[in-house]
Design a protein around this ligand. Sequence first.
Ligand SMILES: NC(=O)c1ccc[n+]([C@@H]2O[C@H](COP(=O)([O-])OP(=O)(O)OC[C@H]3O[C@@H](n4cnc5c(N)ncnc54)[C@H](OP(=O)(O)O)[C@@H]3O)[C@@H](O)[C@H]2O)c1
Length: 287
Amino acid sequence: MNVGIIGTGLLGSAIARRIATEHKVHVYNRTRSKAELLKKSGIQVEDSPMALAKKCDIIITIVKDAQAIEEISFGKNGIIHGKHDSLIVADMSTISPISSRKIAKKFSDNGISMIDTPVMGGPSFAEKGQMVLMVGGKKETYQKCKQVLDLIGEKTFHLGENGAGHAMKLAMNSQIAILALSISEGIILAKKSGLDPMTFLEVLNSTYFKTGMSVNKGPKMAKGQFEPSFFLKMMQKDLDEIDYTAKEFGANMPMSKIANQIYKKAINEGLGEMDYTAILAHLEQSN
Ligand SMILES: NC(=O)c1ccc[n+]([C@@H]2O[C@H](COP(=O)([O-])OP(=O)(O)OC[C@H]3O[C@@H](n4cnc5c(N)ncnc54)[C@H](OP(=O)(O)O)[C@@H]3O)[C@@H](O)[C@H]2O)c1
């Protein structure tokens, strides 16, 4: 199969490399230099989303937000200008289900089927094929992409119509944002009490309340290592999407609202390009 990836940032690059182990992969990125790095994995760089669409059966979009998807899809030299009968778009960016439904409708009006396929797990999970996928959209469209998506996902949930995947993804990301804050506060209290933060993690990870984050990210946080796998600025972008979606759907989510304010302050302090767990570094500055 010819698979297109649009957006070769942290996640898109890892997904492109993984899919290239079994399929011919074509990539497009707004900043071409990032896409060029993938050539050594046998991946072909295309000049525009249109050029990529003409050569591909499935396009996976992994860009920042809904505005970016609009640009690469419907803008000048966008995906729709390279449309052909068998083309399918799977959007893996994290956006609100409301925007996703609007985008799916625009694709459908242009004769292209779109599903939403947001993911849980960062680049290292993508490289090992261990992500969890949440799918919204027609089941038969998903079935046509299944062989490719199964390469990156160890478990996939088909959740309903367009937008259902993104609604679930936002419910997941509220967990991530709040959990990073919770572990950070635990580390801070342990330190202030004269305890070793690594011992705090050892105790936490011996209990029912341990998480993948406290096991895998916790020790790096305690050592002040914030090499990004998921930028803090992206986490804050997702909190904006959560606030918007909660408001539209009538969900009261005060913790996510407060979390958003804290992540915004961290960005103002220049931490946006660090891993989202650098929220600890922000909290430590006021201690
Ligand atoms: N990293 C993770 O662990 C993870 C996990 C799940 C979901 N996600 C989601 O996946 C998406 C990508 O995240 P990432 O971590 O790969 O972030 P990233 O490294 O910052 O990459 C962002 C990508 O979006 C592109 N982009 C931004 N604005 C654009 C625009 N207006 N037009 C065209 N392209 C644009 C960027 O192109 P340039 O290179 O030109 O800036 C880049 O390719 C986000 O929606 C994120 O929330 C990430």
